[in-house]
Ligand binder design. Structure first.
Ligand SMILES: CC/C=C\CC(=O)SCCNC(=O)CCNC(=O)[C@H](O)C(C)(C)COP(=O)(O)OP(=O)(O)OC[C@H]1O[C@@H](n2cnc3c(N)ncnc32)[C@H](O)[C@@H]1OP(=O)(O)O
Length: 701
């Protein structure tokens, strides 16, 4: 909807009304069109202001309408009508003007922005391009290099930057609508020709061809082609090109995946637990002071993330040398982040101590000590004695039993996992792991704290490895089995990187350190040295690959030791080692193609995802997809593992798993899990119906 009123005698005020972000839905487009006509036809009205209700101009096209049949008037002719108006039209930008919202503002003759507003054309992040004239008007207004940068990255700019670039005409600290109305009165009757952006010439820039060629190599080709049309063609032909390019993107799998992921990241905030706790009925407690215990790499990152979110942080490290180093490292991290943001580091929000007692007054404590149950058990008993009785006690463990740690304390309902991903100050993902006794308030508080730190928090039930690492285990395992059967680390990584992972599984393991998993496997009784014969490759009645353990026995810990799955200097060791290993175990190497690598590594991970859904460890497929894209490098343009399964087709995923299970009956995880089989049997419903299909007592399966 759009509301029309007359203000200050002669200004027609059009207010976009579609909470929460005034997206340009069919109803809003219809409303704007009608209001513009009314304003232009009203004899009393000399100028027009367009704004959005509730302090937000417009979040762009309504993404929920994409992929559905188009209804309502199209955006492009409406923007043309505004630009062609003979009365000045002023956009009053507050909050955000993004995508179609900014394109609407670019169709206005003037743009006044509040100083806190942000502007941008983020369509590329949804697999699209700004096809309501954005690729044609923005280069004409601010020049090709700056427009190309904004359009191909999707970056938002601040109001100050927008003023400097020439996107807006004025920035105000006052009420932008009031300022725009006054401004509209002041420009009444002034000529408008040079205010119509579509009629401007693209400002000349040196060596445009090489700029376009360079951009083509780096970014979405369609965006570059559209901006090139702005620089080389008349406006009307440029608009035709923009429309044609958008048509090729609109139905693409990438666009569907990116749009799905936009909503998935937001859906995880509406968490629920099998015990009935929910986001909308649980009240978070305020957290003003947080303590971090253990200042290794993770503890330092968590300290920085908390301080940057404006909390007072008590950083505790009992080893003097480590404490001194951590203090320096944290100061350096804060300084570098401030330089990047162009601000000064906040002084005084972190205090350091070598005494646990320093955490006594904290609202919430996050321990990040060595990943060892005995060490953590002792710490939780101490924290329970030292801290306030209402303090939330959180563990940053990546796999240990949260319920067991809770049982060491006096108030188990206040114990949770907060599983950060390295580097903790930068990674967007946080797994909030609730135990059997965690209270709804505790979950809500940790979820809210994650949001305050700028993270996407996903509520996850307590199980070994939680959601992310539990799935990762199956993925790694298949990669090892593939090596046993004849594949090479390079071949497996190539297949995964061509699929879209920034790093294949072996390169990623080398980076994070092979010894980390080795320590966990030793603690679980899986890694055992000296075993020979068939028993070397079987544990707990299932196929097991000791390859990772053997590499560690040869002191190959990955990048940190200069050698892992790859050698960082010429060294044919690994291939010889694999050949000898296969010969020793009577394994006949075969040629393994990319399809098998992908299906075995990815479908087994997806199968575990379905098992996690069935076990109610997470509430919906969006949780798993957010975890995998934000924490494990799953390519965003493929939406996440569960969305990928939906795109591939559940029947095919189940068939291929069955096929591999028949070939490898000793690997039980290759057998399609019950939920996957039931979804296939019920006709493979689309992903947005899975949540309902899984839901316990009301299950439709
Ligand atoms: C011809 C085609 C023309 C144009 C193409 C386009 O315009 S494509 C759309 C381009 N716009 C965007 O990509 C902006 C997306 N939105 C945002 O970046 C943020 O939502 C925004 C506007 C900065 C506000 O952020 P905030 O943190 O305040 O809110 P949040 O992101 O949680 O969003 C609140 C709910 O609104 C839903 N929503 C946001 N934008 C849109 C949109 N454009 N269409 C539909 N719905 C949108 C969002 O999903 C949240 O709802 P929820 O139910 O929680 O999912």
């Amino acid at each position: 909807m759009a509301q029309y009123t007359r203000v200050s005698g002669s200004v027609g005020l059009i207010t976009l009304q579609n909470p929460p972000v005034n997206a340009l839905s069919a109803a809003v487009r219809l409303g704007i069109g009608e209001a513009v006509q009314r304003a232009l036809g009203d004899q009393e009205v000399q100028s027009v202001v367009i704004c959005g209700q509730n302090g937000l101009f417009c979040g762009g096209a309504d993404i929920r309408e994409f992929g559905k049949e188009m209804t309502g008037p199209p955006l492009v002719p409406m923007i043309h009508a505004i630009e062609a108006a003979t009365k000045p039209v002023v956009a009053a930008i507050e909050g955000s003007a993004l995508g179609g919202g900014l394109e609407l503002a670019l169709g206005c003759h003037y743009r006044i922005s509040h100083c806190k507003a942000r502007l941008g054309l983020p369509e590329v992040t949804l697999g699209l391009l700004p096809a309501a004239g954005g690729t044609q008007r923005l280069p004409r207004l601010i020049g090709v290099p700056a427009a190309l940068n904004l359009i191909t990255t999707g970056h938002h700019v601040t109001a100050a930057e927008a003023l400097q670039l020439g996107i807006v005409d004025q920035v105000t600290e006052h009420n932008a609508v009031d300022v725009a109305v006054k401004f509209a009165l002041s420009v009444t009757g002034k000529p408008l020709h040079d205010r119509r952006v579509s009629s401007l010439e693209c400002p000349a820039a040196p060596d445009l061809d090489s700029l376009f060629e360079e951009a083509m190599l780096k970014v979405r080709v369609a965006c570059v082609q559209a901006v090139r049309a702005a620089a080389t063609l008349p406006y009307a032909r440029g608009m035709e090109r923009e429309k044609a390019l958008m048509a090729t993107l609109f139905g693409s799998g990438q666009a569907r995946a990116l749009q799905y992921f936009f909503f998935a990241q937001r859906a995880v905030g509406r968490w629920s637990t099998p015990g009935g706790a929910r986001w909308d009925t649980s009240q978070p407690r305020p957290v003003r002071t947080a303590a971090v215990i253990g200042l290794g790499t993770m503890g330092r990152g968590i300290t920085v993330a908390l301080a940057q979110a404006g909390l007072s942080v008590v950083a505790v490290e009992t080893q003097a040398k480590q404490l001194t180093e951590a203090r320096k490292a944290v100061a350096g991290m804060l300084k570098r982040a401030a330089v990047r943001r162009g601000t000064t580091p906040e002084p005084g929000s972190i205090t350091y101590s070598d005494q646990l007692q320093a955490a006594a007054r904290a609202d919430l404590v996050i321990e990040a000590v060595f990943e060892d149950m005995e060490v953590k058990e002792t710490l939780f008993r101490q924290l329970s004695a030292v801290c306030r009785p209402d303090a939330l006690l959180c563990t940053n463990t990546s796999s240990l039993d949260v319920d067991h740690l809770a049982s060491q304390t006096r108030h188990p309902h206040l114990v949770l996992g907060m599983h950060f991903f390295a580097p903790a100050q930068a990674m967007k993902l946080l797994e909030v792991v609730y135990g059997a006794r965690s209270s709804p308030t505790a979950v809500a508080t940790a979820m809210q704290l994650g949001k305050t730190m700028g993270k996407v928090s996903v509520a996850v039930g307590n199980c070994r490895g939680f959601a992310g690492n539990r799935m990762l285990k199956r993925y790694l395992e298949q990669a090892f089995f593939l090596l046993e059967e004849g594949a090479t680390p390079e071949g497996v990584d190539r297949a995964l990187e061509e699929f879209g992972f920034a790093m294949g599984v072996f390169r990623m393991s080398d980076l994070s350190g092979l010894d980390v998993g080795w320590r966990v496997r030793k603690a679980e009784g899986l890694a055992q040295s000296g075993l020979t014969g068939p028993s070397a490759r079987v544990r707990q009645g299932r196929r097991y690959s000791p390859l990772g353990d053997l590499l560690c026995e040869h002191q190959r810990f990955g990048q940190k030791s200069g050698r892992g799955w790859y050698q960082y200097e010429p060294d044919p060791w690994l291939h010889r080692f694999l050949e000898e290993y296969r010969a020793r175990h009577g394994l006949l190497p075969r040629r393994i193609d990319q399809q098998e690598v992908l299906e075995r590594c990815l479908f087994v991970l997806i199968n575990e995802g379905f098992q996690i859904l069935e076990d109610r460890i997470v509430a919906g497929p969006e949780d798993i997809d957010a975890i995998y894209v934000l924490g494990y490098g799953w390519p965003r343009h493929r939406g996440g593992p569960m969305f990928y399964a939906h795109m591939v087709g559940l029947e095919r995923v189940a068939q291929r798993l069955e096929h591999y299970h028949q070939a490898h009956p000793e690997v039980p995880y290759l057998q399609p899990c019950g939920l996957l089989r039931r979804l296939v049997a019920s006709g493979s419903p689309p992903i947005h119906r899975w949540r309902r299909a899984i839901a316990g007592p009301h299950s439709q399966l």
